[in-house]
Ligand binder design. Structure first.
Ligand code: FRU
Length: 497
């Protein structure tokens, strides 16, 4: 049923592409056999069907934010990748559009090979209307070049034209293994087009840099070198790199840039969390990156493959609300993206708050109250925002949710800010990773609950944590446990779906 729906959306032009961009098509949930019919609605972006991972080609095109994403429509599992597609006006309410890129024909004939249209990026075309996308095609047993880079254009922002290979091999003599993917294309300070690719070398995960004068020419891309090599964490590849100017014009040498990358399999030994996403701030002269400081993007760590671009003057990004270390269960759990975030530099502090428009999600203020230890707040089912203001900066507290199945709390203590997560019926279960941000105590917190997730932003996004958690629709209350003297002003909003 899904195939029919998507195919007819793609080919039956009783809607013109601009009709769809203007008015949207209501995609009817056809509930294929492996889709539970009763997933509650949420306010995070979700695909109309099936599985989703990384955001791709995130940008503003034709005046609107567009989001493409890694998609498998036939079930809630990762499989041969397509690019799903949606358009928005405010990054929060999205219209689903037809599938934009399909796996190569080889995979249709031999689905056991696995791969497809992997992650990549999009830019406004420089040789006509519309966009140009760059992506990796992966075919698992095409030895040795499993991962090659392709480009395609779309003049109507609706369907992609034929894809063309522009980088058929990885560079020689760099000790690179087979990972070679996720092209991110942008304009460099020297006016050349730059491309980052994630790869793995015999000395660790690397980000590779290419450049060209003409992004439309398949032969023009020249390898510059390794832009970044990971040395702190043992990783396999670095994935989904992205680089964007943060606080000024991209041509100004004083402008600081943010380099973002995912540590595939990299483990933080102290907490046991894996696949962290890192964000480094520094200067980019077109050929090298001089790091000033950096931090983890998110301590959750269900915020992976984060992709960002500068919208006007504001850096905006979005991540996959998931992590390869813990993708299941996928059958009763929706694929989702994080809330979109802005990236803000305040001196040498990086803030990643939810985008300003997220306040427009607030439907009704349900409570505004002063809480002392032992007191409870009522919560609506599923979608809510709670804000917390502590009477003293760094005050220790725990907010314990009445969850039907799990032990769940947000805690601030001497080590930092933590999401505590365990099982009510399996107290003996060996502890998993610790979702802990080692950070100075916060004064203000914003907590977003949705069906399937919890996101915390401390002190305007100085620290952010995102965790997939099933069953929030059944959570009706939370209880504060705090040190004597610590008082919390709490506000609870129900959110619009
Ligand atoms: C990151 C990633 C990318 C790859 C994609 C495949 O989550 O592994 O490196 O392109 O997912 O779906």
């Amino acid at each position: 049923a899904y195939d029919t729906a998507v195919t007819s959306l793609s080919v039956a032009y009783w809607f013109t592409p601009s009709d769809v961009l203007e008015t949207g098509i209501t995609v009817i949930h056809t509930n294929p056999a492996n889709e539970p019919p009763d997933l509650p609605a949420g306010y995070h972006f979700r695909p109309p069907f099936g599985w989703m991972n990384d955001p791709n080609g995130f940008g503003r095109f034709g005046g609107r934010p567009h989001l493409f994403y890694q998609h498998y429509s036939h079930g809630r599992i990762w499989n041969n990748m397509h690019w799903g597609h949606a358009v928005s006006s405010d990054y929060l309410r999205w219209r689903h559009l037809p599938v934009f890129l399909f796996p190569s024909e080889e995979l249709t004939v031999r689905p056991d090979k696995r791969g497809g249209a992997f992650s990549g990026s999009a830019i406004a075309r420089t040789d006509g209307p519309g966009i140009r996308v760059f992506f990796t095609e992966k075919i698992a047993d095409r030895i040795p070049e499993q991962e090659i880079q392709l480009t395609a254009t779309s003049t109507d922002l609706f369907s992609a034209g034929a894809a063309e290979v522009f980088l058929p091999r990885r560079p020689d003599g760099e000790g690179l293994t087979f990972d070679f993917r996720d092209p991110y294309v942008f304009r460099g300070p020297d006016g050349l087009w730059k491309m980052l690719l994630g790869s793995q070398s015999d000395t660790g995960g690397v980000v590779l840099l290419y450049e060209t004068e003409d992004n439309t020419a398949a032969s023009g891309w020249v390898y510059v070198g390794k832009l970044y090599t990971e040395t702190r964490y043992e990783t396999s590849a670095l994935e989904c790199p992205c680089l964007l100017p943060m606080d000024g014009d991209y041509r100004d040498p004083a402008t600081r840039w943010a380099l973002i990358y995912g540590l595939m399999n990299g483990e933080d030994k102290e907490t046991g969390r894996r696949n962290l996403t890192m964000i480094d701030i520094g200067w980019f002269d077109g050929r090298s990156f001089a790091k000033s400081f950096g931090r983890e993007l998110d301590f959750g760590t269900d915020n992976y493959a984060f992709q960002a671009f500068v919208d006007g003057n504001t850096p905006v990004g979005i991540g996959w609300l998931g992590n390869w270390a813990d993708t299941g269960p996928t059958v009763d759990f929706p694929s989702a993206m994080t809330l979109p975030r802005t990236l803000v530099l305040e001196g040498d502090t990086l803030l990643t708050p939810p985008i300003g428009a997220a306040e427009s999600l607030r439907a009704r203020m349900l409570d505004r109250t002063r809480l002392a230890s032992g007191q409870r707040i009522e919560l609506p089912n599923g979608a809510a925002e709670i804000t917390f203001e502590l009477s003293e900066a760094g005050g220790a507290f725990r907010l314990e949710f009445d969850h039907p199945e799990i032990r769940l709390a947000i805690a601030q203590h001497e080590e930092g800010l933590e999401i505590l997560h365990g099982y009510l019926d399996r107290p003996e279960e060996p502890p998993g990773p610790r979702y802990l941000a080692k950070a100075a105590g916060a004064r203000r917190l914003r907590v977003f609950l949705d069906y399937g997730s919890l996101e915390i932003f401390a002190d305007g996004g100085r620290v952010a944590g995102t965790k997939r958690i099933a069953g929030f629709e059944a959570v009706r209350a939370a209880r504060l446990v705090a040190e004597p003297g610590v008082v919390v002003n709490a506000t609870v909003w129900s959110l619009r779906l």
